[in-house]
Design a protein around this ligand. Structure first.
Ligand SMILES: [Zn+2]
Length: 178
């Protein structure tokens, strides 16, 4: 049975872009190649909160936002570019997935599956259930207390370890300079 789990879809996280140096003060363009064969051109102007994705016939802007980090500096996020049933999503997210024709957030693709009247326990359930990496990121983001007396809490440390354990299986892409 085909299970549309998150890890099977091409996806791009803000952590990948940070690793490849896209969130520096100077605008940067490059390409990402996924092991499944997809290539996308990505350009990012982090200072102005703009990004642009180009893959296949698609060419569209993706807005960015940032939040301050505990130890200084900025943490960047995607603003989901999808419009579902006439309503722009605009959710802040760390990971975008290519399930349809455009990259979008996990919630949007959950909604898209639902709108096709597929059984909840089937596609939607599987899709949501397999987003383990994304879910860990969400839990980390929603933690109200990450540090206590300047040191990471036990829960925060455990979640970071879990994120690191999941990341290598999750990320299977290559970066190339334009
Ligand atoms: Zn969305």
């Amino acid at each position: 049975m085909h299970r549309p789990d998150c890890e099977r879809h091409e996806n791009l996280s803000v952590f990948d872009l940070r690793e490849y140096g896209y969130f520096e003060p100077v605008a940067k363009s490059g390409g990402i190649r996924w092991s499944q064969g997809l290539e996308a051109k990505v350009s990012v102007d982090a200072n102005n909160g703009h990004a642009r994705f180009r893959h296949g016939p698609q060419n569209y802007p993706v807005k960015l936002t940032s939040t301050p980090c505990f130890f200084g500096g900025q943490r960047y996020w995607f603003i989901c570019p999808l419009v579902i049933r006439g309503r722009p999503c605009k959710r802040r997210c760390a990971v975008l997935y290519l399930v349809g024709e455009y990259f979008g957030c996990r919630e949007c693709y959950g909604l898209a599956y639902r709108s096709q009247r597929l059984p909840r326990s089937g596609l939607v359930g599987a899709f949501e259930g397999f987003c383990t990496y994304d879910r860990v990121l969400h839990i980390i983001e929603s933690l109200r207390i990450k540090y206590w007396h300047g040191r990471p809490t036990k829960r925060y440390r455990r979640l970071l370890q879990r994120q690191q354990r999941l990341a290598p299986n999750f990320r299977n892409l290559n970066h190339f300079e334009n």
